[in-house]
Design a protein around this ligand. Structure first.
Ligand code: HEM
Length: 127
């Protein structure tokens, strides 16, 4: 999961998914200001290179600049901190592991042709 969450090296989050209570006071202030305009405002998931697939995401979350709760906790939990520092320090290891994890994710057996449903919101059944 630590590897797959490296997917947050690109893209944006809407403010209703953002946790402004981060480990960096300055960043919390910035997030609060950005999100003051309402839940439709967006924030980059990777503070430095949000349009590039690299390991900067892991550096930023280690500085307390994670945007989602799920990302914010990764560098500070004993179960996940080791992998975060490995990826932060070694782009090539992250690249290789991320590619492997994405290929593995592709084999989980997605339900197609009426076997399942594509959710309109990921946290709830459509009906
Ligand atoms: C525990 C697992 C995960 C959680 C809880 C999670 C949660 C989220 C949330 C809340 C957002 C923001 C959505 C919004 O506000 O519009 C987001 C965005 C995103 N996530 Fe995840 N995510 C997870 C795993 C993944 C994985 C495995 C990948 C890819 C490998 C991924 C790739 C992305 C991308 C690319 C975006 C940005 C989408 C955009 O810019 O429109 N996420 N995720």
């Amino acid at each position: 999961m630590v590897t797959l969450l490296g997917g947050h090296t690109v893209g944006m989050a809407h403010c209703d998914n953002v946790n402004t209570d981060t480990r960096s006071l300055g960043f919390s202030v910035r997030l609060t200001k950005t999100c003051a305009s309402g839940p439709d405002a967006t924030v980059a998931l990777d503070q430095k290179t949000p349009e590039k697939v690299d390991n900067e995401f892991y550096r930023q979350i280690s500085f307390g600049k994670g945007v989602l709760k799920v990302d914010q906790d990764l560098p500070f939990d004993g179960l996940t901190s080791g992998a975060v520092s490995e990826y932060r320090n070694d782009l090539e290891v992250f690249r290789a592991d991320f590619a492997k994890a994405m290929i593995k994710l592709g084999t989980v057996g997605v339900l197609v042709d009426g076997e399942g449903e594509i959710r309109n919101q990921c946290w709830a059944f459509n009906n």
